[in-house]
Design a protein around this ligand. Sequence first.
Ligand code: PMV
Length: 314
Amino acid sequence: MATISASAPGKAILFGEHAVVYHRPAIAVPVNQVQVKTTITSLPKGQPDEIWLEAPEVGLKSRLANLPDTYPLALLIALFKQTYHPAALPAMRIGIHSSIPVAAGLGSGAAVSVSLIRALSSFLALSLDDSQVCSLAYEIEKRHHGTPSGIDNTVITYARAIFFQRDAPVEFITPGAPLHLVIGDTGIKSPTAAAVGGVRTRWQVSPAEYESYFDHMAEIAISARKVMEAGKIRLLGSLMNKNHELLQSIGVSCPELDHLCAEALLAGAWGAKLSGGGQGGNMIALVNPHQAKSVTDALLTAGAVRTFSTYITP
Ligand code: PMV
């Protein structure tokens, strides 16, 4: 019985979330400490197109044919078939296991898409390249989020630090020094689409004000790239703090995120900000490795339901 598997990491946005939806540049990094792993096993006695799905973290155990067409995994498999394999699929069992918290700004949806597309590609010997994987994952993001920028599927597909702007080729960043991030989860589930929709409503009411916030975030992202490449980590931290203030101004922070960021800074972090859609989900703190423990302890004391460390190495 042939079995193959494929994985995809989580992600964190270091600079420029939300502004990136409005064509400003942003910086994102993979978070390898959390992963989605998809395993596909062939069912030699099964019928063509007989597909069984199991995803224990979301309580799913079902035959694909019994799921509604709009169910995210059903949609993904339908789009995959339509694009790359119009003929019937061989019978298979697909298992999806994820350690990425859902609706927390860590890219769980895009990671499921990327790992499943890669697993199907390899199971069917299609050898899709990264750009094909990325663009199909983007199609799925569009079905779920309305106006995604594409940053999540891109950083997760390439699993490298990226400087990303909509409709421009992705650029990779090689940091001049290692970055150590401590990630703190507020435990508040916050769907990205709601946060993005709220910003859009406020932007429509006050376009000039919001355009100026987005411009300022773009300047920060451009500076941050240079500072990151030069390995000036302390300065990178102060740019994160400025970015967080702007995210507060556009209404995507919340008292819990502000509190975790403030406590991380008091415990010695070089910078702290919300990461992703906001209004809950995760914050990130840039730390001196020697202070990772005190920042982690401070976040847990301040109410974080979960913390973990991640490293971006040159
Ligand atoms: O999926 P999240 O919550 O990490 O948010 C992605 C970043 C946003 O800029 C808020 C949305 C987008 O499509 O870029």
